[in-house]
Design a protein around this ligand. Structure first.
Ligand code: DAH
Length: 329
């Protein structure tokens, strides 16, 4: 065996050993440069080929190629193995344990007043009504005058009103939206008007200075009190199921005749709305002909409805932001 053959065999053995032992892709690359690179060991050994005889040269050349191919194969295999191991390790490091208990986050939900309003709106929308809204800061005209409250009418005293420094008021009811809507739209009208209202009420279990109403208004040819009563009955049954209700005669400047509707709540009657046939003077105020059109309207107390719905004993709970209370809904 020639000297070069011995060297090639030794080189092969050493390189294969080193490749087998390498544990990182960087190490492997260093080995490739060291053994197969331009100035690597194999090149150096082959540098001595010039001194070989003509018959020796092809044999050593073939042997050198064989060593080169063998090392290249080993390098390729080792690289693939190391890459696979690296991916494996990475996957393991990033693995999710889906059985681990999650981080508990308090999840919010709709306030019972909001969900009550949504439910009420849904029922009226199902009856063909569309939603209309108006401002909470109102003028005397929309809140009172156009609704047939005369300047010194005793009915004005019914509304203990919060006046603003500029003479405007915080609306005492959503009935003001009736006027704003009818001024802008011709009959027929079917609207539902949710909103916040304000009164100088003394706060107690069933009264709040800030509260919500949901007003409905229908104006058309030939509407009668029967339509009003049927609509209210359908609404209350959709809201509460079968529940004792009663209509009580009442007075409002903007309706004639007028009624209040009570439902049974904790063993007593609780008023949940005022209603009636739209007063001809209101229709005239917005330019509707009362000889052609009649209408009915109702103003429902949202808090009262929510209290009946959820058997809530005190209106103040709805504003207390007490999570122990709110979490129940
Ligand atoms: N606006 C009245 C109130 O706040 C409630 C009301 C009564 C509204 C009769 C109406 C109605 O639309 O027809 O007490």
């Amino acid at each position: 065996m020639s000297n070069l053959e011995t060297q090639l065999a030794a080189l092969r053995q050493e390189a294969q050993q080193a490749i087998a032992n390498s544990s990182t892709l960087e190490d492997l690359e260093q080995l490739r440069i060291k053994y197969l690179g331009k100035k690597g060991s194999l090149s150096q050994v082959l540098g001595g080929m010039g001194k070989l005889s003509a018959e020796e040269r092809p044999r050593i050349g073939a042997l050198a190629n064989e060593v080169k191919d063998a090392l290249q194969t080993d390098l390729d295999q080792k690289r693939a193995a190391l890459q696979a191991a690296q991916i494996e390790a990475q996957l393991e490091a990033e693995a999710l344990d889906v059985t681990m208990p999650g981080v508990y986050r308090l999840q919010g939900h709709t306030h019972p007043l909001t969900s009550t309003i949504d439910r009420m709106i849904d029922i009226f929308v199902g009856l063909g009504y569309t939603v209309a809204t108006g401002p909470e800061m109102e003028t005397d005209y929309y809140n009172f005058e156009a609704l047939n409250f005369l300047p010194d009418h005793p009915a004005r005293d019914m509304q203990d009103t919060l006046y603003l420094p500029d003479g405007n008021i915080l609306r005492t009811h959503t009935s003001s939206v009736q006027i704003r809507y009818m001024e802008e739209n011709d009959p027929p009208v079917r609207i539902v008007m949710p909103g916040r209202c304000y009164r100088r009420d003394t706060v107690d279990a069933t009264h709040s200075a800030v509260f919500h109403q949901l007003e409905i208004l229908a104006v058309d040819e030939g509407l009668t009190f029967t339509d009003l009563r049927g609509t209210i009955k359908v609404f209350l049954e959709a809201m509460f199921g079968e529940i004792p209700i009663r209509f009580r005669p009442s007075f409002f400047p903007f309706t004639e005749p007028s009624a209040e509707v009570d439902v049974q709540w904790r063993g007593r009657w609780l008023e949940v709305m005022g209603c009636g046939m739209v007063d001809p003077n209101v229709l005239k105020a917005v330019g509707y002909d009362p000889e052609v059109y009649t209408g009915f309207a109702a103003g429902l107390g949202v808090e009262r409805i929510a209290m009946v719905l959820h058997q809530i004993d005190d209106i103040r709970r709805l504003y207390a932001s007490d999570l122990r209370f709110l979490k129940q809904f």
